[in-house]
Design a protein around this ligand. Structure first.
Ligand code: ATP
Length: 459
């Protein structure tokens, strides 16, 4: 039986905007396509997503190290990586309404996923679109230009005078930062292969397909882990990272039935294996993260273009070799969209009311606890607890409106616990803790609240 989910993209966008999670970018100027700003609640959620990822893939991972590489890199990096030559999308313009589209997306949408454009050449995609009279999603007509390729890298220039400007690129992926620092990390940490380098950072792509909220934006954050290993062990590690990536998503609370693996049918010429984990977003199944066996391609290319040896010297066997790389890459924003979609629920309450509730894992929730004095004149005691708990985790404070309304506001942003201060608190220092998901309440000593919450928010 098909599952009925309350979530739609419109509901999420509206909730995010009204509750300080995500605002349209540059909104007072009419916006700027495919850019979004994280508000006070959203920035906390996104920071928590990144913290959980870092903990799992750097802090708790054997032999893994973090870096934070520069966004602007020597332009030859992008020649070596192949981005200047071929980081492009097949674009087609609608001759009628002048909108620009990706040919592969047109085919995917027209065939409702039955045809996989990844396996087609540009000529085959053109033929499909012309033969099937694929319609423009904007104006409904079928009158497209031929395919032209469109490099997705943003360019800028550097130089102190107009005359000596050099073109440089704003990185379209974080991965090259890990590759060019491979030997520096290995030497300074004295790591032995196999080892990993993790990084979280912004990437920029001049995407031409409109976004589906924060699914596809022109500026986004990637969380990436490259595992350097010896050829021959790569297959085993590829499987290991597939499972580890999947487990991470389940532990964050994504439903197993909303996740699936999808092997790439057309592999890049250097890749030995590649797959995505897809999530059932409100607009349908789409890529959430990628896992790739990139062989020794990247390090070899950097050796060739930089003239610097990328050989690793095995201290046990004295062998010299260029390691293979298993890459695992996930967008922080895309993961956040998956978590928002998964968390969203509308529940019918006794009395006919509906409550909107975000069932985030407590580790992801923006605020771990809301402090709510039952009446304003209990504010002093309530603020005292707020200040104490704020030293340990993000808390919020609310004394406006009925207690029911205040609970609803916290449910909508996914605060897992609400602590109510009442007149008994002044007498015996006990408070009421309400659980977001079950709405059940328990009474406990105010001094025990911090430890209670702390053990719930562990990831
Ligand atoms: P897609 O096919 O969706 O364009 P991709 O295969 O080009 O993605 P990668 O280059 O493998 O993506 O990037 C790794 C991850 O970075 C993706 O799985 C996704 O989570 C995220 N990502 C890529 N492009 C964007 C974007 N424009 N906006 C938000 N996240 C992105």
């Amino acid at each position: 039986m098909e599952e009925k989910r309350a979530v739609t993209m419109d509901k999420l966008v509206n909730l995010c905007k009204s509750r300080g999670i995500i605002f349209p970018g540059s909104e007072i100027y009419g916006g700027m396509g495919n850019t979004w700003d994280y508000g006070p609640v959203g920035v906390e959620i996104k920071n928590n997503v990144k913290r959980c990822w870092w903990k799992r893939f750097v802090q708790e991972s054997d032999n893994s190290f973090g870096i934070d590489a520069a966004i602007l890199m020597n332009p030859t990096v992008w020649d070596a990586s192949g981005h200047t030559a071929s980081f492009s999308d097949p674009k087609m313009d609608c001759k009628e309404c002048k909108t620009r589209h990706r040919a592969d997306t047109l085919i995917e949408n027209h065939s409702k996923g039955a045809v996989n454009p990844d396996t087609m050449t540009n000529e085959e995609m053109e033929a499909y679109i012309f033969e099937h009279k694929v319609a423009c999603p904007k104006c409904g007509k079928s009158n497209f230009t031929n395919i032209r390729t469109f490099n997705l890298m943003f360019q800028t220039s550097r130089g102190v005078t107009e005359g000596d400007k050099d073109t440089i690129y704003i990185r379209p992926e974080t991965a090259q930062g890990e590759f060019v620092n491979f030997l520096s990390v290995q030497r300074t940490t004295r790591a032995k292969v196999p080892f990993g380098i993790g990084q979280i950072g912004k990437a920029f792509r001049n995407e031409i397909t409109p976004g589906n909220f924060i699914f596809r934006t022109i500026e986004f954050e990637q969380m990436e882990h490259q595992w350097f290993c010896k050829e021959g062990t790569d297959g085993e590690y590829y499987e290991f990272y597939k499972q580890k990536a999947h487990e991470f998503l389940l532990d964050l609370g994504l439903n197993e039935n909303h996740l699936r693996f999808k092997d790439h049918e057309k592999l890049a010429h250097y890749a030995r294996a590649a797959c995505d984990i897809q999530y059932l977003f409100p607009m349908g199944w789409s890529e959430l993260n990628g896992i790739h066996n990139r062989t020794d391609f990247d390090l070899k290319r950097h050796q060739e273009y930089s003239g610097k040896s990328m050989l690793y010297n095995d201290p046990f066997t004295n062998e010299k070799y260029i390691p293979f790389v298993i890459e695992y890459s996930i967008g922080a924003d895309r993961l956040m969209l998956a978590l928002l979609s998964e968390a969203y629920d509308e529940e019918q309450l006794d009395g006919g009311d509906t409550r909107v509730v975000m069932h985030f894992h407590p580790a992801i929730a923006a605020y771990k606890v809301a402090i709510l004095p039952l009446q304003k004149n209990l504010g002093e005691k309530a603020r005292e607890l707020y200040r104490k708990l704020s030293k340990q985790f993000m808390c919020t404070y609310d004394e406006a409106g009925s207690i029911g309304k205040r609970y609803r506001r916290q449910d909508e942003i996914g605060t897992p616990y609400c602590v109510t201060i009442d007149f008994d608190t002044l007498e015996d220092n006990t408070v009421t803790i309400r659980d977001r998901d079950t709405m059940s309440q328990i009474r406990m000593n105010a001094d025990e609240v911090a430890a209670f919450i702390q053990q719930k928010i562990n990831f």
